[in-house]
Design a protein around this ligand. Structure first.
Ligand code: AMP
Length: 419
């Protein structure tokens, strides 16, 4: 497999799949969080510094195969320029019509192509509403698939080398994330620094022999996390459960959960996880106390109770003080920690205490020499909200992609390059 560190981009045109799917302000259309733009800079800078040029391609939002000015990548141009001072950046308004701009592209310069998803061929699915009759949908899909090779070939024709640095879409078999790789020889396709960093940190969590290894799983539903938990059980020492999924475990064990979130069809699954954890000698930490609310509201009245004795009419929306103390202790004593999913409804300040405490414990563990990986939109948001991103080992840029990789699935964008 070609490594970007070893590649000399001098005189080469590189087409780079970046993830510029950034949040925009609803009215001003300004970039409100440029983390993803910054994430692509090491790769872009290496190409330019070597004496190469970069053709950047990305999606933004879900225009579903149609041109939609609301999702134009031109809105990110000024932020990109700010982050690449002194670099000439040309914006091409149609990703299929870049021939001239590419011909004029000189070493040290950058082209940004318009949103790839303005074409159905990028995702390989037709821009039709869900309620479209099955047969119409099938025919339309076949039509898009038939057009896809030409789309892929056009993008590939712009460049000598392909770099994939969009981890957030690595679990999608799209034209720019996977199919295009076949158009380049092994020596001329590679991951960028961002994807390399993501893979390295996930592999550290999965493969490191350092102990104790702790996985913290939070969020709303156990059904979303079951696969990753099953995959991790043979390799971890501690499993910390938090968030809404707590109550499926508590109910499965006969506890009173009031109006707390519960997947009643997953009770057996919860018991099965506990059984398997025991077989693998994994210590499972389920919240013992909670902060409850009388309604799902930022201004709800609150009380504290044991998680298995939630008062009637109340729902657990955050972990309680006893649980925070226990979780903090386990995290601080760990050498490897993976965190995915909040401990409570952290979007409401009243119920953010547990999630904040876990974020801080991760920072402390990192300071003590642990390797800590945070993934999943909500846990990343919690780390950022507490300004702790530079106090943990790695903050993943791809929630869904990270989950799938850690579940052991083969990601099309990774498979296309990793040999
Ligand atoms: P997920 O996408 O599965 O990681 O779930 C994240 C969501 O879970 C967040 O929006 C949280 O508000 C929500 N959540 C966390 N704890 C609870 C809880 N105890 N009850 C209901 N929702 C929760």
């Amino acid at each position: 497999m070609q490594l970007i560190d070893n590649y000399n981009f001098a005189g080469k045109k590189a087409i780079v799949r970046v993830d510029f799917n950034v949040p925009l302000h609803k009215e001003t259309m300004e970039v409100t969080d440029s983390t993803r733009i910054k994430g692509a800079l090491p790769t872009i800078n290496k190409i330019l510094k070597d004496g190469g040029s970069a053709i950047l391609m990305s999606h933004l939002g879900r225009p579903d195969g149609k041109v939609n000015p609301k999702y134009s990548l031109k809105f990110i141009l000024s932020k990109l320029s700010e982050n690449l001072p002194g670099v000439e950046i040309k914006f091409v308004e149609d990703c299929m019509k870049a021939d001239q701009a590419v011909a004029e592209l000189k070493p040290g310069q950058v082209i940004l192509l318009e949103n790839l998803r303005f074409y159905e061929e990028e995702e390989g699915k037709p821009a039709l509403p869900k309620e479209t009759p099955e047969d119409v949908l099938k025919a339309a899909k076949a039509e898009v698939k038939a057009k896809q090779p030409a789309f892929v070939a056009k993008l590939a024709s712009y460049a000598d080398v392909y770099v994939n640095d969009a981890f957030g879409t690595a679990h999608r078999a799209h034209s720019s994330t996977a199919l295009i790789a076949d158009k380049f020889t092994d020596a001329n396709k590679m991951f960028g620094f961002l994807i390399n960093g993501e893979l390295k940190s996930m592999d550290t969590v999965l493969q490191s022999a350092d102990k104790p290894k702790t996985a913290i799983m939070g969020g709303a539903k156990v059904s979303d996390k079951i696969q990753i938990i099953s995959r991790l059980l043979p390799t971890i020492d501690n499993l910390i459960i938090g968030g809404g999924m707590t109550y499926t475990f508590i109910k499965a064990q006969g506890g009173e959960i009031g109006n707390s979130l519960c997947e009643t069809d997953k009770l057996d699954l919860a018991l099965d996880i506990l059984k398997k954890a025991k077989e693998h000698n994994v210590n499972v930490y389920i919240p013992t106390d909670a902060v409850n609310a009388d309604k799902f509201d930022a201004n709800a009245a609150t009380n504290t109770s044991k998680t298995d004795a939630t008062p009637n009419g109340w729902m657990g929306l955050d972990i309680g003080p006893e649980t925070i103390a226990k979780f903090t202790e386990v995290i601080k004593n760990s050498k490897i920690v993976l965190w995915n999913g909040p401990m409570g409804v952290f979007e409401f300040d009243k119920f953010a205490t547990g999630t904040t405490a876990v974020a801080k414990a991760l920072a402390e563990a990192t300071a003590n020499g642990a390797f800590t990986l945070i993934g999943g939109g909500d846990s990343v948001a919690a780390i950022n909200k507490n300004k702790l991103a530079d106090k943990v080992s790695y903050v993943s840029t791809g929630g869904g992609a990270m989950l799938e990789y850690m579940e052991g699935k083969e990601l099309p964008g990774i498979k296309a390059i990793r040999k």
